[in-house]
Design a binder for this molecule. Sequence first.
Ligand code: PHE
Length: 348
Amino acid sequence: MLYLQGMEQLLKQIADYKNEIETFSATDAKEIEEFRIKWLGTKGLVKNLMGEMKNVANDKKKEAGQLLNEFKQYTEAKFESLKELTTDTPQLTTNIDLSLPGDSIPVGSRHPIILMRNRIISIYQRLGFAVAEGPEIEDDWHNFTALNLPPHHPARDMQDTFYVQQNPDWLLRTHTSNTQIREMEKGKLPIRVICPGRVYRNETVSARSHCFFHQVEGLYIDENVSFADLKQTLYFFVKEMYGKDVRVRFRPSYFPFTEPSAEMDVSCFICGGKGCRICKHSGWVEILGCGMVHPNVLENCKIDSNKYTGFAFGMGIERPAMLKYDINDIRLFSENDVRFLKQFTSAV
Ligand code: PHE
């Protein structure tokens, strides 16, 4: 503790302190905090020196007070400048090499099948279709019987089915039409849904076909729905999907669950209809099956077929995705090869 004999000693003490403070420099926040505690803390040297005022002769008190105040301001100013210096020029406390490149963060991408599915969905959504989904493991009723394919119907052979061993009534759905039945069974009319999903067929895997693939099915049931409504809906879809110059043709076809049935082709959007490898030189590419829902199907789902009519259509997703993204082997979709998948990071 300092005992002041007189003003001279006070002046000397302040000068010594100032000297120490002036030459002080800090390299990090810890040292600045140490400075604050040593000088400006509640038990710090500035406070300590102030406490010595009581020992100063009365007639010198005013002068001493001014000197001490000035010293305090000086110390505070130094403290502020120390803080500014370290925030402006941060000092390294560890051996980090800032020139090293950072760790790259891998960015995922949407699968091309999902990209195509989303495109298809968004077009039909603009026409007021809602999305409905159904199970991939299905019973015989929803995949076949309710769709006007009773047991032993020859058309069952059109789709080679995987059955579940434990229960012969269960199978992997061969088409998304099971979701049509499930929507109709809910008993709420009108119905306007699209049903995207994965389907399974016992086919040899090759570059062009696989034992599982994806479909989008559409269903519209209401009073007075006609084939003209079906055509107009599909027409809108094709124009949105492939552009306004693409032409459309319907060919008569057969599906047990629709009557009449048709297949729809679009003029080849690769060669413009002149004929190329993609359209097998016919100028046309087949894209979907469709038709008016068979009255038996409506009745199976307890819908009055005298009052209500409807249309349905179903299309694959793989083929349009292969054409759009120039993919030449269907197996690439399910091999999970990152080199293939990461090509779609910025695709839409
Ligand atoms: N379910 C048929 C198929 O998988 C497609 C289809 C759906 C056809 C709806 C007509 C109506 O091939």
